[in-house]
Design a protein around this ligand. Structure first.
Ligand code: TNX
Length: 547
């Protein structure tokens, strides 16, 4: 069998090319690239094929059965003597070069061996196996006409470029019910993405049950109406909106994601983007300058003046919230937001000014930094790491903070130079709420255009960083803010196909942006659209909006 590496699109006939989320393993149109092995016919996956799951890979076997089993109608059951087999095993030495997610899929006439440096590597290898089976393997309903699925004799070796391959889902602006979140976990995993950053709180909604503070969801999870379109629109839909995850829901989401090697990173946004919390508990706001009892959950988009008051009560409240968050989320990282916090109320508030003087914070930026440092210490003492948006650089970065650089690369570069870890998510390239085309029929009422090609040109490590600084770039994230996405259908439309391009930029070691092979990517997308169809994803068609 041939040996191929799935890290780069090479574009030469006869060689297999990598995609961002595995290797290009389409049997239908690219079968010429697979040379039959010595045994001749390759591997026949049929009703006698069993799964031989070595210790640590049991969840991968369950996943194979639930996906490939459902699509093929084959048992995909534990291996018994007689049939051929899919062997799953952890082989730590595979990680010496490629790290813990490295894996190898080796197929001959008798065995499909999926070996990974860790269970995560085995899982990504199993995803590659499903890709190799063709689009029908992504269906829910079984293909009944086909009893034997042929796989070529091949060796695929692969490993991701970055450890953090993330997607932010904003479930605060529009609530996505639990099953929709589970579905997104599956979609992330199908693209070998491994971080789901859940934006759980904002001015327009609080989405997580906190037992100690029931009004956060009784009041904070509901709004009376929603602004149609983006900031400039003068129209509201006059339709109530809301919802939240119970703690049991969230445990289920986290466990489901963990089985798919996706880490759920929670975000509790502070001290800005907090009007829903203030509407529920008015004492959290700047009561000495505004009547916070008159506030309700916000029904408009943009940057909100109603921010948290810098009091001991606020700190204690959020410590209690975060204690419950830590119980639910094993993630090493907890995101505390820190973005877009206007300082006008603090400028007018005697309480805030007294805090600035007492703590020698200098100015309001120092006060914002005081909030972040407090929770950085608090999280560090509990064995977690704080992540925040790049505004947390203002007024001085907290010692343990990791920066999510969204206003371009500059914040991330400054943080990396200062020895902090960084997640790159520049809005100019990987904000999936931005429209995909300038055309008048695009259904998304946002001005900025970020095309599929723009996303494919995304490079997480900007030029000019030394190797040591570049090592602080843990990876990147595509952010799906949902102001203009009221349901799953709209989220699908905005997320896909761009998320496939993003996945490639974080998995593969692509050439420099100017040298990327868009034609090759477009060709490979042709077969990927068929997979997305089988998965039921309402992506934006390549020919433009369905109108
Ligand atoms: C800025 S990105 C925000 C979000 C909005 C987004 C819309 C960031 C940290 N803050 O609150 O949803 O722009 O693109």
């Amino acid at each position: 069998p041939r040996r191929v590496s799935g890290t780069l699109p090479r574009g030469r006939a006869g060689r297999q090319r990598g995609t961002g989320f595995g290797v290009d393993t389409d049997l239908d149109e690219d079968s010429a690239r697979f040379e039959p092995g010595e045994g001749g016919g390759g591997f026949a996956l049929d009703e006698d094929t069993g799964v031989d799951a070595w210790p640590g890979t049991e969840a991968v076997a369950r996943w194979l059965r639930a996906t490939v089993g459902a699509a093929t109608g084959l048992p995909v059951a534990p291996h018994r003597d007689g049939g051929n087999r899919v062997l799953l095993r952890v082989l730590p030495e595979l990680g010496e070069e490629g790290g813990p997610e490295a894996h190898r899929v080796a197929i001959d006439g008798r065995v499909v061996e999926i070996a990974g440096a860790s269970a995560a590597g085995v899982f990504w290898g199993a995803q590659t196996l499903r890709q190799m089976m063709g689009p029908e393997a992504f269906r829910r309903a079984p293909v009944t006409a086909k009893r034997t699925w042929r796989l070529p004799e091949v060796v695929v070796e692969d490993a991701p470029r970055f450890a953090w391959r993330g997607v932010l889902l904003d479930v605060a602006r529009h609530f996505l019910p639990k099953d929709g979140v589970l579905r997104y976990v599956d979609l992330l995993a199908a693209h070998k993405l491994n971080v789901l950053h859940l934006h759980l709180t904002d001015d327009q909604g609080w989405r997580l049950e906190i037992r100690r503070y029931p009004r956060l969801t009784e009041v904070g999870a509901w709004r009376a109406r929603t602004k149609i379109g983006h900031r400039a629109s003068p129209l509201w839909d006059e339709r109530p909106h809301g919802g939240f995850y119970t703690q049991d829901d969230m445990r289920e989401i986290v466990a489901y994601a963990a089985e798919r090697h996706v880490t759920v990173v929670p975000e509790i946004d502070l001290p800005g983007h907090s009007q829903a919390a203030i509407a529920a508990y008015p004492e959290l706001g700047n009561t000495d300058v505004v009547d916070t009892t008159a506030l309700s959950v916000w029904d408009t988009w943009g940057v909100n003046e109603n921010v948290l008051a810098p009091t001991d009560n606020t700190l204690a409240f959020y410590e209690n919230v975060l204690s419950e968050v830590l119980d639910l989320f094993p993630s090493p990282f907890v995101h505390i937001g820190g973005d877009e916090c206007p300082k006008n109320q603090w400028k007018r508030s005697p309480t805030a000014q007294a805090r600035i003087a007492a703590e020698r914070l200098g100015d309001e930026d120092g006060l914002q930094s005081w909030f972040v440092r407090h929770f950085d210490r608090w999280l560090t003492e509990r064995g977690r790491r704080l992540a925040g948006w790049d505004e947390i650089l203002e007024g001085g970065l907290a010692p343990g903070a990791t920066v999510c650089s969204w206003r371009g690369y500059a914040g991330g570069v400054a943080a990396a130079r200062a020895g902090h870890d960084v997640i790159m998510c520049p809005e100019q390239q990987v904000y999936l709420d931005h429209r995909q085309d300038a055309g008048p029929d695009e259904p998304v009422p946002i001005g900025y255009v970020r095309t599929l090609e723009d996303v494919y040109r995304f490079e997480p490590v900007p030029p000019g960083l030394s190797p040591a600084e570049a090592a602080h770039v843990l990876g990147a994230q595509a952010n799906i803010w949902t102001e203009v996405m009221e349901d799953q259908q709209r989220v699908d439309y905005q997320a896909f196909p761009r998320l496939a391009a993003f996945a490639e930029t974080v998995w593969s070691s692509l050439p420099a942006p100017a040298e990327r092979d868009h034609a090759s990517f477009a060709r490979r997308m042709t077969s990927h659209y068929a997979r997305l169809d089988a998965l039921g994803v309402a992506y934006r068609p390549p020919s433009g909006p369905r109108s």
